[in-house]
Write a protein that binds this ligand. Sequence first.
Ligand SMILES: [Zn+2]
Ligand SMILES: [Zn+2]
Length: 169
Amino acid sequence: MTNAERVKVAEPSSALADSIRASGLKVTAPRLAVLRVLDQAPHSTAERLFVAVRAELPGTSLQAVYGVLAAFAGAGIARKIEPAGSPALFERRVGDNHHHIVCTRCSAVRDVDCAVGEAPCLTPAHDSGFAVHTAEVTYWGLCPDCQAATAAAPSTLSIPAPLSNKGAR
Ligand SMILES: [Zn+2]
Ligand SMILES: [Zn+2]
């Protein structure tokens, strides 16, 4: 998480347990721990969640965290997103068809509200007869931190190539 990520007030365990129960799942210690971490660190990988959960529940395995995340995604209380070139990321914000903007340099992820408010918010020019239900948009760019970093230290790619190859075919 970068310092630009909004810090949320921690949700009490009772509210977290309620949302697990409301999704039709049984409340277990690992599920509670994963949901608590996910609440504080949206767009996290399973590995990152595992590290945080293990600090709270030392007996938890990575496999158990994957199991919890699969159950959450199946029950609709977590969403799995898979930006190209990134491991799967998980978040609690579900059901609003929001999109994501991803930094091409540091992989920071931020939410972008759905342009229309419901899926699919983009209508294809030609739907080939498909009944379209979802349009998932990933915006790619440079986050503010990386813009500042690249402005301070220009990429070596912008330095002209040395002249030692002069005369080579
Ligand atoms: Zn960045
Ligand atoms: Zn999101």
